[in-house]
Ligand binder design. Structure first.
Ligand code: SAM
Length: 197
């Protein structure tokens, strides 16, 4: 596949598909996030799009927690903010525009979501190094890539880059049509290398 097609950024015009109610049937934010996000956590949604997962993250962190939603496209952040405003939760979220080659945040997060984003990033190795620097000790990131765009071999290649960035790789949850892995920034626990792909 040519590189341009591979790194095609999902346009704002397709945001409606990302936020379609039917999506909850096979990628339920509640189910996916329940074992990762809890009350009081500081969490990051990188490549948040129109906020499909951001809303559930804001609900789950509660009064003491905080969500940062990052996207390359201002149009996606506008949609995400509007969604959170409709739910009365926009004040729980910091909306951060980033560049394709830099997330550009400081801080340490308990949990980072990278859902169907990495294949759009032009420098995944640099992105994963930056992501590692944003994880708290013991923090986790959920990496999910769409199985229909990203082959098993390509996903394994991304996990190799994650390892080289100093992240530990563990199995991700089963999500239909996705390849998943959990990444950790510390080596305090042996996680094996059984990502779901
Ligand atoms: C396929 S959409 C997925 C959106 C959301 N994670 C979801 O699952 O609904 C990919 C999103 O990643 C954003 N994106 C692409 N490259 C990015 C980068 N380098 N840094 C941050 N966001 C990026 C796009 O603008 C788009 O909103």
């Amino acid at each position: 596949m040519d590189t341009k097609k591979k790194h095609r950024v999902c346009p704002v015009e397709e945001a409606g598909m990302l936020d379609h109610p039917l999506r909850r049937l096979y990628e339920s934010p509640k189910r996916i996030l329940s074992s990762f996000v809890g009350a009081g956590m500081d969490v990051l949604d990188i490549g948040c799009g129109p906020g499909f997962f951001t809303l559930e993250m804001a609900r789950r962190v509660g009064a003491a927690g905080r969500v940062t939603a990052v996207d390359l496209q201002q149009g996606m952040l506008v949609k995400a903010r509007a969604k959170l405003e409709r739910a009365g939760l926009a004040d729980k979220v910091t909306f951060h525009p980033c560049r394709a080659d830099a997330i550009g945040l400081a801080g340490a997060f308990d949990f980072i979501l990278v859902f169907h984003v990495l294949h759009e990033v032009p420098d995944p190795a640099g992105f994963l190094r930056e992501l590692k620097g944003l994880l708290k000790a013991g923090g986790r990131a959920l990496l999910a890539e769409p199985g229909f765009h990203v082959s098993r071999g390509e996903f394994q290649g991304s996990l190799e880059l994650a390892k080289r960035a100093g992240l530990e790789i563990g199995p991700g949850p089963r999500i239909r049509f996705s390849r998943t892995a959990v990444l950790r920034g510390t080596s305090d626990e042996s996680m094996g290398n059984a990502a779901r792909n």
